[in-house]
Write a protein that binds this ligand. Structure first.
Ligand code: GCU
Length: 692
């Protein structure tokens, strides 16, 4: 349960509120500050921009300056890292007795905010939201907000390293909030101000505690109470409660309300992502002053080293993907529609898990996961290395607190990740640094806020026992078939971890292979990972072999493909394009799902489909070829140039059908497959040109 602790409110790095939907019209108003910003980077000329915005959309993926090497470090950047200044007028005429807050869903990396030249707050960390009260800084009219964001590498702020670009700017939405004097605190670590813990959930009943954080302005008066109700998916009230507000020692007051729901419908992942809605309202002398709604998905979660992941006691092996939050031409500055498109591709493929590697992602992503039943692993950005000095640890805990308080109500989040590949590429510079001590503190900090979710870590250090003992349950990044050994090495890698950590449970937190959709090969051969030659055929073959080993070990509690989408990594120079890690199942521009995407779609998604692989291998030399199809249909018939080839063929248990020695003619060839499933006709076709 998320056991709320009122942490000392830190004027330097406070955060903000979350989803404020369905508010009483006269109680809280929100305005998106999307347009009308002027922006300048350093001393460069200013320009008009809309927010979300980053200045690194192009140079963040242009590749390293030297054009060689593939150091997994985003610290020594070849893209612009520095201070960007944003300014705009605030659409506000301060009303008497009202309060005003400005909320940032995320800005990279250090942000200083001033209103009418008066500093109102600073935030450190690229992935958490933050919210500042600006009431006292406002004038009657002509109010200006100035925001400076600095994405310079900072050794006191996570992450310290990583194979991904740290895009700079106001890359998530900014909102102005007007409230009454007494409101649900929008500025307490940018949490929603309503923190739900699921105390006990069984099919017979569910008990829930709702802590509402109540903030009173200088002019507040009257008797305050909080009313909470829970509605089912049809809007029917199934539980209500109310409570008085006890003063907070530091920060907002708190009203604790306990509620019970009889015979609850459980949130059962993708098969039934049933959501209740919690509404908390503040009332002063009986009059409503504020209202916040939050999702509630009732479920129990667990990991059993023998049975795998348990959702409401039912074992499952999570079929997951990892996702970075950038996209071609936009960097991290995605719209909600962009995020929805990403999630649709993930859902269409049939995945039921998401690892937000290597940092917390936007509230909208978690919302979609709640609604669609995706199991989420959300992680603190402790990548490759952590320090043990107080300044670093403070920032680490602040970022962890933000993640937990901002996103802790999301039923989709089923585990908190505390590290990725610690010790990777650490040289003498890290000698004597107690990284494991720091991670133990991080785990303890997370447990002090939430005991309901397991803490996990993604290791690549099989021999480092003490590191791997830190999380409750372990996961490992495994790259057989890419960084070492052949793709069938997955079996041995998984077994090695299972044997070494019999009580820790094991998941495959990453596995993957690069692929350039313009490079093809008739006979698959393992390429050199840091080369330019990344044939698409190798990626799909590698996934077939890797996934075959994973699914045969049901005690493996999940697997998370690296990566769902190609992503920006400023220091990489390999594959089709420098600056891009091409291990995505989908290209950076989201236009092309690669062959491997359809391997998973055939295996994971129930909708009938058939897909001809190597379809982009259009210019060929050989007249004899193998045709490989991914399908979840019972049998498939192949036609080449209108003529049926052999008999209808059945896919193997990995949903693969292959026809060897298929004859093509010189010139253009039409290749087509047809199938039926449950009365639905499925077909696919492509054209291959043979030129000798
Ligand atoms: C690592 C790491 C990722 C990285 C990946 C890769 O395991 O965790 O951040 O991108 O390998 O090399 O592609």
């Amino acid at each position: 349960m998320l056991s709320l602790r009122l942490l000392p409110k830190n004027s330097v790095s406070v955060a903000l509120s979350v989803l404020v939907c369905g508010l009483a019209a006269d109680a809280r108003e929100t305005v998106d500050l999307t347009g009308k910003w002027t922006f300048s980077f350093g001393n460069e000329a200013s320009q008009k921009v809309d927010v979300p915005h980053t200045w690194n959309a192009e140079d963040g993926v242009a590749g390293p300056k030297s054009g060689k090497g593939s150091a997994l470090s985003a610290q020594s950047s070849s893209y612009k890292r520095g201070v960007g200044t944003y300014e705009r007028e605030l659409p506000v005429k301060p009303g008497k007795d009202k309060r005003y807050f400005v909320r940032f869903d995320g800005a990279s990396i250090v942000t200083d905010v001033a209103v009418n030249g008066k500093p109102v707050g600073r935030h450190e960390g690229a992935f958490g939201a933050f919210c500042f009260e600006i009431t006292d800084a406002l004038k009657d009219s002509g109010n200006t907000i100035t925001v400076k964001t600095d994405n310079t590498f900072n050794k006191n702020i996570l992450p310290l390293a990583g194979d991904f670009t740290m895009f700079g700017g106001l890359y998530r939405p900014v909102t102005l909030i007007e409230t009454e004097q007494t409101c649900i605190a929008p500025d307490y670590y940018a949490s929603p101000g309503v923190l739900i813990s699921q105390d006990k959930v069984t099919p017979q009943s569910a008990s829930v505690t709702v802590n509402t954080l109540v903030s009173s302005g200088k002019e507040a008066s009257g008797k305050t109470e909080v009313k909470v109700d829970i509605r089912d998916a049809k809007g029917k009230v199934v539980a209500t409660g109310s409570g008085g507000v006890s003063a907070g020692t530091d920060g907002p007051g708190r009203a604790e309300v306990k509620l019970n729901i009889a015979r609850p419908v459980l949130w059962q992942g993708r098969s039934n992502p049933y959501l209740y809605k919690v509404t908390a309202r503040t009332l002063v002398d009986g009059k409503e002053t504020d209202r916040v709604e939050q999702p509630l998905g009732l479920r129990t979660i667990g990991i059993d080293p023998k049975k795998g992941f348990l959702l409401n006691g039912k074992p499952m092996q999570i079929k997951g993907v990892c996702r970075h939050q950038d996209m071609e031409g936009k960097g991290w500055a995605l719209s909600k529609a962009d995020e929805e498109k990403d999630m649709k591709m993930i859902l269409d493929m049939g995945a039921d898990g998401l690892r937000t590697a290597h940092y917390p992602q936007s509230g909208h992503i978690y919302d979609i996961c709640d609604k669609s039943g995706v199991i989420v692993w959300s992680e603190v950005s402790a990548v490759e290395r952590v320090y043990d000095n107080p300044a670093f640890k403070d920032n680490m805990k602040q970022q962890a607190t933000e993640m937990l308080l901002q996103h802790g109500n999301h039923p989709s989040i089923c585990m908190w990740g505390i590290f990725n590949e610690i010790y990777h590429q650490c040289g003498s510079d890290m000698k004597g640094v107690d990284m494991e001590g720091t991670l133990k503190e991080l785990k303890q900090h997370i447990k002090s806020l939430d005991v309901s979710r397991p803490v996990v870590g993604a290791t690549n250090q099989q021999g480092r026992r003490s590191l791997n003992e830190i999380p409750d349950y372990l996961a490992a990044n495994m790259y057989p078939g890419w960084y070492g050994g052949g793709p069938d090495g997955m079996k041995g890698s998984v077994e090695g971890y299972v044997k070494a950590y019999p009580d820790k449970g094991i998941a495959v937190s990453e596995y993957g292979h690069g692929a350039d959709i313009a490079v093809h090969e008739e006979q698959v051969k393992q390429p050199a990972p840091f080369s330019r030659h990344h044939p698409e055929e190798w990626q799909s073959y590698g996934h077939e072999r890797n996934y075959n080993a994973i699914r045969q070990r049901p005690e493996v509690w999940g697997s998370f493909i690296w990566n769902m989408f190609d992503f920006g990594s400023s220091e990489r120079s390999e594959g089709a394009k420098p600056g891009i890690n091409d291990k995505g199942l989908v290209t950076y521009d989201r236009q092309t799902p690669k062959d491997a995407y359809f391997f998973y779609k055939a295996n994971w998604n129930p909708e009938p489909m058939a897909y001809i692989t190597s379809r982009r291998f259009t210019e060929r030399k050989a007249t004899e070829t193998t045709v490989k199809v991914y399908t979840n249909c019972d049998s498939v018939t192949l036609y080449v140039n209108g003529k049926q080839v052999g008999k209808a063929a059945k896919p193997d248990d990995l949903c693969i059908v292959k026809w060897d020695k298929v004859q093509l003619k010189p010139g253009e060839n039409t290749v087509k497959v047809v199938s039926n499933r449950k009365g639905k006709r499925v077909s696919d076709s492509c054209t291959w040109n043979v030129r000798s």
